[in-house]
Design a protein around this ligand. Structure first.
Ligand SMILES: NC(=O)c1ccc[n+]([C@@H]2O[C@H](COP(=O)([O-])OP(=O)(O)OC[C@H]3O[C@@H](n4cnc5c(N)ncnc54)[C@H](OP(=O)(O)O)[C@@H]3O)[C@@H](O)[C@H]2O)c1
Length: 279
């Protein structure tokens, strides 16, 4: 398959590039500098010059707090940018896979969110990601939307991806202990993105590692357990004590109604995935 991967410097993109190359795909990568997905002309011009069997959109404005003050830049990428790629993919009739987020839900359900649940995004980032889902669905019926959450992996700069380094140095960390999510290893997500492109069944998928989910503190304690470190290094704190600019869902655990029915096996448990990541 000839695959275009956008946002090529990002955490998930790097994992997707590695996976697609490992199975022999012809992979075309574009960093933000090489292809700004919010630039309609550039997107269409690329798709006129080159044809792809599948487009994996890993590009996004992902600074959740920054989005509260950079609303236009955020929307240009997460909303309009997804629309540009969906329309361009339609023009060349390629599979189109784009990533969305657990943050499209408000987190008040108190249980796993499935595709039957109504999105109710809270912050600017979350709103623009839902608008991006709509852009994909409305502009190209073949779109595959993948909601994921709490992603960790190589090259990641978020809390889940870097905390193990602090813990390994014996530093204590503060971790939220009253907010729940389903962690997802970028490497496992990347493989699933490619599998979904191949399956070519348009829908919204919820893709996370298997299991009951956890809190950030629970995740950090598991790091300690796997690395033989003292769990006392992890200080649990309340989500509200951080007073961050953007609201976040308190419980955004995801579960998929379709994956297994469509013959896709569950991803490994987040604990197993974390073990693999730490190795
Ligand atoms: N990380 C999570 O926990 C999480 C959870 C749920 C969903 N997601 C979704 O998963 C996807 C991948 O996230 P990630 O964690 O890999 O994010 P990431 O590491 O921040 O990567 C995103 C990439 O997109 C690029 N980008 C930003 N604006 C762009 C534009 N206008 N055109 C082209 N590229 C652009 C960024 O480039 P620069 O670095 O140059 O700015 C960056 O390389 C995103 O859709 C995100 O919303 C992430």
């Amino acid at each position: 398959m000839k695959v275009l991967i956008t946002g090529a410097n990002g955490m998930v993109a790097k994992a997707a590039i590695a996976y697609c190359q490992s199975i022999g795909d012809e992979v075309v990568t574009k960093t933000r500098q090489e292809l700004d997905i919010s630039d309609r002309e550039d997107v269409f011009s690329l798709f006129e010059q080159e044809k792809f069997d599948a487009v994996l959109n890993c590009a996004a404005y992902t600074n959740v707090d920054g989005a509260e003050t950079n609303q236009i830049v955020c929307a240009m990428t997460n909303d309009a940018g997804v629309g540009n790629l969906a329309k361009a993919s339609k023009k060349i009739n390629s599979a189109f896979v784009t990533i969305s987020t657990d943050y499209v839900f408000d987190g008040t359900k108190g249980d796993f969110y499935t595709q039957r649940d109504q999105p109710k995004p809270q912050g600017v980032y979350a709103h623009t990601k839902l608008l991006g889902e709509n852009q994909a669905r409305l502009n190209y019926a073949r779109s595959i939307i993948v909601r994921s959450g709490w992603i960790f992996g190589e090259g990641g700069t978020n809390f889940l991806s870097v905390m193990h380094k602090f813990l390994a140095e014996g530093k204590s960390i503060k971790a939220i202990s009253d907010s729940f999510g389903t962690p997802t290893f970028a490497k496992d997500l990347a493989k699933r993105l490619r599998e979904l492109a191949e399956l070519d069944l348009p829908a919204i998928y919820h893709v996370t590692n298997d299991g009951e989910g956890t809190t950030f503190a629970g995740f950090a304690e598991k790091v300690c357990e796997l690395k033989g470190l003292d769990k006392k290094l992890v200080e649990g704190v309340a989500m509200d004590s951080l007073s961050r600019p953007a609201p976040r869902p308190r419980d955004s655990r995801l579960r998929c109604l379709f994956s297994e029915k469509f013959g896709l096996s569950p991803l490994q448990s987040w604990e197993k995935a974390l073990e693999e990541f730490l190795q």
